[in-house]
Structure formats: structure tokens, C-alpha cells
Write a protein that binds this ligand. Structure first.
Ligand SMILES: [Fe+2]
Ligand SMILES: [Fe+2]
Length: 264
């Protein structure tokens, strides 16, 4: 079996194929990881936001569209996809830790190093193990159809870390709608925060933190954990749904949407 990294676009099933699309995202990710490693301060935050916007929808579409197909197509599919789901879970947990550490805090360094390492391991597992095996079971036409399905889901998927939701359907699919809406609002607010460079933006910081709490509160909705393998389940999942936080968070989202509308 040859790694996807060594194959031409035609060998991968053409431009539409899910394997060609995966490879091209992985190349972009590699460039962003190099940028992240050489940056600090607001440049590092910029690089991280671009990595989140690439990585989380990419992984969400893998977990909801691709891995179920691989589990059906390959006898060893369950074991292989579980390994990758564990890597995705670790990425979600590392990014959630970063959210709690201010920029410039020395405790971010080992977390960022590990984040880069796990993301690279994830790419290697997919390109060298998972996808070459999928190629032995699935034809060109099917790879192209999977490519279209993966692309559609990727475009409407959450863009931030959500360690509490299931890494498998049906939980992650149910989670997509509310979390995508909150995440994209966070993206807009954070982009505006960073546009001001190092200048303090207390109001936007407050809104961004509120939206982060909202997203993490939504993750505790009971249905969103359905389908999870016990090895990727977060310990605090059973803590119950934080209704107080959710009510405050819902009020915050409505206030932000109203504010954005008034500004237009
Ligand atoms: Fe991937
Ligand atoms: Fe992945």
C-alpha cells in the first residue's frame, strides 16, 4: 500500500475524490503549523484561528461522513477509526485548554507543541494507513461521491473545539446545527478583535468569552453524547446540563445578534 502523500491526484481518484481533497487540506495545514511554530502574540492567535477554521470542520466531516463508511468497508475499520477519533479528541481538549490560558502565558508552550505533534500524527495515520486501505475497497466513482458529501458537510460544520460532544453519529450530527451557529458568530467576533492588533478590546473580549461558554454549555445537551465510544468520552460529560449558564448564554447570543444587526 502506498501512502496518499506519494500518489498523484489521478491515482487518488481525480480532483473530486475525497482523498485528493483530504491531501490538499493536509498540505495547507502543514503550512499553517509551520507558521504557528514561528509566531507569537497576535500573529500566533491569527495562525491558530486559521488552523481551527481548517481543522475542526475537516475533522467533523471525517467523523460524520467518512469513518462510518470505513467502519462498514474494512474489517479493521473500527480499530483504525477509533485511533483517529482519539487523536481528534485530544486536539479538542488541547484547544479547550488554550482557551483558558492568556496569550503570552508560558503554560501555553507545551500545549501548543503537543497540538502540532498530534495534528501531524493524525495526518500520517490517515494518509499512510486509513486511506490506502480504503482505496483497496472503494472505487473511483465512490471516492468522488464521498468527496462531494464530505465537502458539503465540511462547509456547514462547527469551527471550534467541542470536547464534550460525541466523536461519532448520531451525537455529533445533532450537535452540528447549534454549535455551527455559535462558532461562526465567535469567528466573526474574534476576527474583529484581532483586526485591532495588540490594542485592548474589552467589550469584544467579553462577548467572545461569553460565546465560548455558550458553546461549551450546549455540548452538555444529553443527545449530543449519543454514539460515543467510552475511550473518547470526557469525564465531565455526566455532570448534567448547566441550565443557568445556558440561559445566560442564550441571552448573550440574542444581544450580539441584535447588536450586529443594528450596526449594519
Ligand atoms: Fe484528514
Ligand atoms: Fe483527521
Amino acid at each position: 500500500m502506498r501512502s496518499v502523500a506519494e500518489q498523484s491526484t489521478d491515482e487518488l481518484g481525480g480532483r473530486m475524490s475525497v482523498l485528493a481533497r483530504q491531501k490538499s487540506d493536509h498540505v495547507v495545514l502543514n503550512g499553517l503549523l509551520e507558521e504557528l511554530q514561528g509566531s507569537s502574540g497576535s500573529a500566533q492567535q491569527h495562525a491558530l484561528l486559521r488552523i481551527y477554521r481548517l481543522v475542526f470542520p475537516h475533522a467533523f466531516a471525517e467523523e460524520s461522513v467518512l469513518w462510518p463508511v470505513i467502519r462498514r468497508a474494512l474489517p479493521e475499520g473500527d480499530e483504525l477509526t477509533l485511533e483517529v477519533e482519539r487523536e481528534h479528541q485530544e486536539v479538542n481538549e488541547l484547544v479547550t485548554t488554550l482557551e483558558t490560558l492568556p496569550v503570552g502565558d508560558a503554560r501555553r508552550v507545551p500545549v501548543l507543541d503537543r497540538l502540532v505533534e498530534v495534528l501531524r500524527e493524525d495526518v500520517r495515520d490517515e494518509e499512510d494507513e486509513l486511506f490506502p486501505r480504503l482505496q483497496t475497497r472503494v472505487g473511483r466513482r465512490q471516492l468522488q461521491l464521498l468527496g462531494v458529501a464530505w465537502e458539503v458537510v465540511r462547509r456547514i460544520a462547527p469551527t471550534r473545539a467541542h470536547p464534550v460532544v460525541a466523536r461519532r453519529p448520531p451525537g455529533n450530527v445533532v450537535a452540528a446545527l447549534p454549535l455551527t451557529a455559535v462558532d461562526r458568530l465567535r469567528d466573526a467576533v474574534d476576527a474583529r478583535r484581532l483586526r485591532g492588533g495588540a490594542a485592548p478590546r474589552p467589550a469584544l473580549d467579553w462577548v467572545s468569552r461569553g460565546l465560548t461558554r455558550t458553546a461549551h454549555a450546549i455540548e452538555h445537551l444529553p443527545l449530543l453524547g449519543r454514539g460515543e465510544d467510552p475511550s473518547t468520552r470526557r469525564g465531565d460529560r455526566a455532570a448534567g446540563f448547566p441550565w443557568g449558564t445556558a440561559a445566560g448564554a442564550a441571552a448573550l447570543v440574542l444581544a450580539v445578534v441584535a447588536l450586529l444587526r443594528r450596526r449594519r
